[in-house]
Ligand binder design. Structure first.
Ligand SMILES: [Zn+2]
Length: 389
């Protein structure tokens, strides 16, 4: 750590160095001109800093072309540090190991009923992290940090799950502490929708954007909000709980205790209930999407209606935050235009026209990997530069 007084020449240099490193780390690779634009530093300063970082082996520089002109792309060295992502969904556990140059080195997913017991889930996660680090060929002491996603809001002050109604088997568990204690590594924790937003921002359909909302529709409905390039969480971690916007105050009782929340109309349990009577056999949301794509009229109708209702939530979000892009993730996103088109119709109908005009509604490009890749990006975003320098 630097002990220089603020404002001195060397502390300014150090701050510039950190800005360059952070910009490169979040983008994967950038040309020197892009670094200058993104950090506001002069081309000469960027050039000096890149040379210094290259000599110390922190970054690698390769020839590339940008707009037809020769340019030099800068990325972090592959052995600058290892990051781990752990994503608990309601029905799966996914783990990835990557490096700071944005390469995923090992990744695995297993089915898991997360609601049953937190301890069982953490046992499995611990073993998977150890196995994948072995596969990637890195010892535990190369790990800079672990990003952990859980399917519920995380209180930003205590690190506890904000609502035990959503994950009854996790009552009294502080997920970040639990995993950090087991692995002996620093753990950063966030809810799955925020990580999906971060994943799509850094690796997927939101690259290069500063303002977006990621909406995940699966068992529940959640959203992650990116404002000015940062995840907006709110003090209790519940910002973006779009699934609990009231659509009908006399509607079905929601797991949050309220009635007629958006989630009670579009969460998988509710959609499957609508179809159970005339679709025998075990139905999943994935199967409903498949049947809809094969022309099943009931499934198409249920998906279209869900899209219209999601669109009402998106319209509210659009009026409040004016995002540039809404990215749909989760199982329902696999339905493509069958769900996207009714969402757009509802936005056109219910949002302020000027906010709706600027908005594009697109599917995520990462599918079920969005959250675990977001967990890797969370470590990259929260880590201090001392881990690298
Ligand atoms: Zn609710």
């Amino acid at each position: 750590m630097s002990t220089d007084t603020p404002g001195s020449q060397s502390s300014l240099h150090r701050a510039n160095l950190e800005r360059v490193l952070r910009a490169v780390r979040m983008a994967g690779s950038l040309t020197q001109a892009e670094i200058a634009r993104g950090t506001g530093l002069s081309a000469a300063t960027v050039s000096n800093i890149v040379r210094e970082l290259k000599e110390s082996g922190t970054v690698v520089v390769a020839d590339t072309s940008s707009g037809g002109r020769r340019a030099r792309s800068v990325s972090l060295s592959g052995d600058a540090g290892i990051v781990v992502g752990v994503d608990f969904g309601h029905t799966h556990l996914r783990v990835a190991v990557g490096n700071l140059a944005h390469r995923v080195l090992a990744e695995e997913s297993e089915p898991l009923d997360v609601d049953v017991s937190a301890q069982q889930g953490f046992d499995r996660a611990e073993r998977m992290v150890e196995r994948l680090l072995g596969q990637a060929g890195f010892p535990a002491d190369k790990v800079i940090g672990v990003g952990l996603g859980v399917p519920g809001p995380i209180d930003q002050e205590t690190g506890a799950l904000g609502s035990t109604a959503i994950l009854p088997g996790w009552t009294g568990v502080t997920p970040g502490q639990e995993l950090a204690g087991r692995l002996g590594m620093p753990v950063h924790v966030d809810n799955d929708a925020n990580l999906g937003a971060l994943g799509e921002l850094v690796w997927g359909a939101g690259r290069g954007l500063g303002d977006l909302a990621y909406i995940k529709v699966a068992s529940g409905v959640g959203s992650g909000l990116v404002i000015n390039g940062q995840i907006y969480r709110g003090p209790g971690g519940t910002a973006g709980e779009i699934g609990h916007i009231t659509l009908d105050e006399a509607g079905p009782v929601c797991r949050c205790g309220n009635r007629g929340c958006l989630e009670t109309f579009v969460g998988s349990r509710y959609l499957l209930n609508l179809l159970n009577a005339n679709h025998p056999g075990e139905l999943t949301l994935g199967r409903v999407v498949q049947l809809a794509q094969q022309g099943d009229l009931g499934c198409r109708r249920v998906i279209a209606d869900a899209g219209r209702q999601i669109g009402m939530g998106v319209a509210t979000l659009c009026n409040l935050l004016n995002p540039r892009r809404v990215i749909l993730g989760g199982d329902l996103a696999e339905a493509g235009e069958l769900v996207l088109s009714p969402i757009r119709d509802s936005v056109a109908r219910y949002a302020i026209p000027s906010a709706a005009r600027q908005l594009s509604v697109v599917p995520g490009t990462l599918g079920g990997r969005a959250e675990v890749l977001g967990a890797l990006a969370l470590v990259m975003s929260e880590m201090s530069e001392t881990g690298v320098l």
